[in-house]
Write a protein that binds this ligand. Structure first.
Ligand code: FAD
Length: 317
């Protein structure tokens, strides 16, 4: 069985859910080999074994773990050259996408972005990609070298397949790029909420929310549902929420089980980032708002009345 390298995203040893999803996808087409970098890399091993990693390559060398993405690319490109896997999977987060692009250039291959499915035939790995903001799915392959695949969060469900992986320590390649170093890490304020691109529920607010203070209502609904808080660009441009909360063409792409859009009109640039959500609920006082065209459930009304009623009802149950 061909090896599929999966780059592990983790925070201090806690493996991200999209990584477990990528491992699940990799398992279906080959033998997943997880690559983990960082001082806490070893803490990821049991979790990766639980999700079917056949082997875990551990790099704790500060020469690469304390530098920005270039160090990761140094390690991955070395591993790819040594092992020639069938593909490399990275999570399609902001950092993952940068790593994917740099790695493909280094390898002289290509990137398949926003993958939602993967298969193998006698021509190699084929990937189903969500394109045009997720409105179309195409099947693609890279014709030269080892394909680098950026795996879209929430495209598949992470499924456990417990095993005991082989653990192989790896060293930083000589001459690893050390020009840009991480000097501080800021943890985004989220009040213990799940990350936007990992959450199975996202409650998003737009201009209709009206103010930064009013976002407390959106946050409360997110909290009763155990979800993340998102926003339209109108809301982030107004400074009501940081830009990291923006969903859409120039923000995050999310595919949660449930997306609740409150006071969001449904501009094409917003829809590009959330239309693959499994269930979309729109709350808008304008019955003609375009968001209703893609919503599974629509509530025409003032969100300042509808959302508190929703929260009360959810709490009551
Ligand atoms: P509006 O379009 O103003 O809609 C507000 C909605 O709230 C209206 O439908 C109104 O009926 C409703 N409303 C008002 N009050 C209430 C109330 N009390 N109760 C219920 N409903 C109410 N936008 C993004 O979101 N993400 C992006 O990534 C993004 N990228 C862009 C990239 C480019 C290059 C460009 C040009 C634009 C981009 N935009 C993006 C902006 C986008 O075009 C829209 O301007 C933006 O999405 C509008 O945000 P909104 O829906 O919150 O505001």
């Amino acid at each position: 069985m061909a090896e599929i390298l999966v780059l592990v995203e983790h925070r201090n040893g806690t493996v991200s859910r999209p990584t477990l999803e990528a491992l699940t996808a990799a398992r279906a087409v080959g033998e997943p080999v997880a690559v983990v970098l960082g001082a806490a890399a070893e803490e990821c091993v049991s979790r990766l074994g639980e999700y079917g990693a056949a082997e875990v390559l551990l790099c704790t060398d500060p020469a690469v773990t304390e530098v920005v993405v270039a160090g990761v690319v140094d390690v991955l490109s070395t591993v790819v050259r040594e092992r020639t896997p069938a593909a490399v999977l990275v999570v399609a987060s902001a950092e993952g996408k940068e790593i994917a692009g740099r790695l493909a250039v280094r390898l002289g291959s290509g990137v398949l972005t926003d993958a939602v499915g993967i298969s193998v035939d006698d021509t190699g790995v084929r990937v189903r990609q969500a394109i045009f903001g997720g409105s179309t799915v195409v099947t693609s392959r890279v014709r030269r070298g080892v394909p680098v695949v950026s795996w879209r969060p929430n495209a598949v469900r992470a499924e456990a397949a417990p095993g005991t992986p082989r653990v192989t320590p790896i060293a930083a390649p000589p001459g690893a790029d050390r020009q840009a170093r991480v000097t501080a890490t800021r943890v985004a304020a989220g009040g213990g909420r799940p990350a936007l691109n990992e959450a199975s529920v996202v409650v998003a607010g737009g201009r209709g929310v009206g103010s930064a203070e009013n976002f407390a209502l959106i946050e409360e609904l997110a909290d009763v549902l155990g979800g993340a808080v998102g926003a339209s660009r109108a809301a982030t441009d107004a400074g009501w929420l940081p830009h990291t909360a923006q969903v859409g063409q120039t923000g995050a792409t999310v595919s949660p089980d449930l997306y609740i859009a409150c006071g969001i009109s449904g501009a094409i640039q917003h829809v590009a980032g959330m239309q693959t959500a499994k269930t979309i609920v729109a709350i808008n006082k304008d019955p003609e708002a375009p968001i209703f065209q893609i919503a599974d459930f629509g509530i025409v009304g003032d969100l300042h009345r509808v959302v508190p009623a929703l929260i009360r009802e959810i709490r009551r149950r």
